[in-house]
Design a protein around this ligand. Structure first.
Ligand SMILES: O=C(O)CCC(=O)C(=O)O
Ligand SMILES: [Mn+2]
Length: 219
């Protein structure tokens, strides 16, 4: 891994304006049918975001996990880590994960977002995207451990990446895309995970390292 002495990321640009976006006090309610999605471009200041990025990059116990397809291990195209309350294990992409204990930084981020999300989360999945070849394929966060209508609170630090939604059944609906910027915060709730899938596609653009945290409540 490269050293993390200087991570300066551009915080202000959304990248692209969205159709159907109502802007209220730095909170964007994104009008997506059958979903409940709110986006906040700069929940964390530039300085806080730089510090969080550097700390997480250095101190999180990042792992290269693999999934097995037809008996062959296929490495996930990103590094991951799972932290949370003890006993809250979780199976993700057929990988059973036991949480590592919360760190002070994770607890700081968690406490800031919990009041906005209205949920006390008990776990967080972290992803580290090393370059444009790292990605997450179309999926929903709908594992049984998360219960019905889960609230997923997603925080991003580092390089901006394109986050996309597609409806699972209504093929006539357009895909929706949001550029997840340094210090941004996205909340997905209601039927979002049941009726929509999301992804971070690979890109040939030059992109900086990015860390994403998705806070979850395992019931
Ligand atoms: O990196 C992101 O913004 C999304 C990650 C994600 O969807 C997941 O970990 O389930
Ligand atoms: Mn997801």
């Amino acid at each position: 891994m490269q050293t993390n002495s200087k991570f300066m990321y551009e915080q202000t640009s959304l990248g692209k304006s969205l159709e159907g976006l109502e802007e209220t006090n730095n909170q964007d309610i994104i009008a997506i049918p059958d979903a409940d999605v709110t986006f906040c471009r700069c929940l964390f200041s530039q300085e806080e975001s730089d510090e969080f990025f550097a700390e997480l990059y250095k101190n999180i116990n990042w792992k290269q996990e693999s999934i097995t397809i037809y008996g062959k291990p296929i490495p996930l195209p990103r590094l991951t880590a799972w932290y949370g309350d003890s006993g809250k294990s979780y199976t993700y992409s057929k990988i059973a994960m036991n949480p590592q204990p919360w760190t002070p930084t994770l607890l700081k981020i968690k406490s800031k977002i919990e009041s906005l999300a209205g949920v006390n989360f008990n776990s967080v999945l972290l992803n580290l995207y090393r370059n444009g070849s790292d990605s997450v394929a179309w999926h929903s966060d709908d594992e049984p451990e998360l219960g019905t209508n889960p609230v997923i609170a997603s925080v991003s630090f580092g390089g901006t990446r394109r986050f996309m939604f597609k409806h699972k059944y209504k093929k006539e609906l357009n895909k929706v895309e949001i550029y997840l910027t340094h210090g941004s915060f996205l909340i997905m709730k209601g039927t979002t995970q049941h009726l929509w899938q999301h992804q971070i596609p690979k890109t040939t653009n030059s992109v900086q390292l990015r860390i994403n945290l998705t806070f979850r409540l395992i019931v």
